[in-house]
Design a protein around this ligand. Sequence first.
Ligand code: NAD
Ligand code: USQ
Length: 382
Amino acid sequence: MKIIVAGGDGFCGWPTALYLSKKGHDVSIIDNLARRQIDEELGSNSITPIASLEDRIAKWKELTEQEIRTYIGDLQDYEFLKHVLEIEQPEAFVHFAEQRSAPYSMIDREHAVFTQVNNVVGTLNVLYGIKDIVPDCHLIKLGTMGEYGTPNIPIEEGYLEVEHKGRKDRLPFPKQPGSYYHLSKVHDSHNIMFACRIWDIRATDLNQGVVYGLSTNETEMDPILSNRLDYDGVFGTALNRFIIQAAIGHDVTVYGKGGQTRGFLNIEDTVRCIEIAAENPADRGEFRVFNQFTEEFSVLELAEKVQKVAKEEGLDVQLKHLENPRIEKEEHFFEAVNTNLLDLGLQPHLLTDEVIRQILQTALVHKERVIKENVLPNVTWK
Ligand code: NAD
Ligand code: USQ
């Protein structure tokens, strides 16, 4: 299958591009390298050293004889995007290429505007590009579980059967996101749903939970293929960040009470979920929603798991409840349906102590690279 992976230089996109290429798909990457520039803006880095995209691609070709073509450019630039779609004629367009940090979007007005313009305009351009150039192409769009927020009822996959004043309908599940970043995903979902309805586009919105881990079989083939692993207060996400904190002897930073519960999945399942979506495309005109996570944990549960494994490795790690820099519920009901991907064959890699140990070992190898001043959160919602 001809597949474009937009955002293919990023944390989820890079391992996905390699996995799909290994599976024999004809893969090309679009990326404007914005994430590498944001590292410079924030004075931050990935704890794992990451090679340039050029070197990554050359190494992949050397090891596997598979070619991944790259297009360096911005999805907001419609002429650029049109050019790529005309050349590639993709059957699937996997769209990871967005600003994905909630704290980054909450730094100030400029960062909120950047996040929403980058994400919403990029996705609108992809929708127009599919309509005008490759109308049969399947859009596989990365959304987020955070679109739903934390309602006091079980979260369904995209839609809710509602009975109101004696009438029934299947309506989009209510959205109560918790940052300008998460809101950008809601705006995307609405735009995609509308485009499916008016232009007969086929789309799958993958409402992904928090991703942990960093390696897949492909990224482990050579250090040049290593994936990025974020730990700072802006881009580091709950479990990965806690493990790196444990590796450098930092307190594990539980925000507030730590009862915040989210869906989580291993990066090895992210790549497989994309493959499943690509191999089972949505119908023309269908806006399909899958909740892409495998397990639910509270932040405090994760912190305790990390503390336990770190202790077994001889590391004395303390948990610290920091004043929560975000505005969010710290004790709440959370139960979400995730059966669509399982029904299509996803076999989850669950979170075991061994998985935590492996990430911890990688973090210990590179712990000298951590910039300690970046570990505590410095962006607040207030
Ligand atoms: P990332 O920042 O590591 O990767 C995103 C990539 O997209 C980067 O390489 C960046 O340079 C590129 N990009 C951003 N804007 C672009 C634009 N306008 N044009 C071209 N390229 C652009 O992020 P990630 O963690 O790999 O996340 C990928 C996607 O998955 C995002 O849409 C994110 O919202 C979603 N997601 C991530 C997680 C997670 O835990 N990491 C969880 C749920 C959903
Ligand atoms: N948290 C802590 N301590 C920390 C970091 C986070 O307690 O040191 C808490 C947060 O307050 C929040 C929860 O952990 O309650 C999750 O935060 P996170 O930073 O791990 O994840 P989030 O900001 O929601 O964003 C990440 C990705 C984003 C993706 C989202 C999936 O950056 O791209 O969309 O996970 S989800 O959370 O399901 O919406």
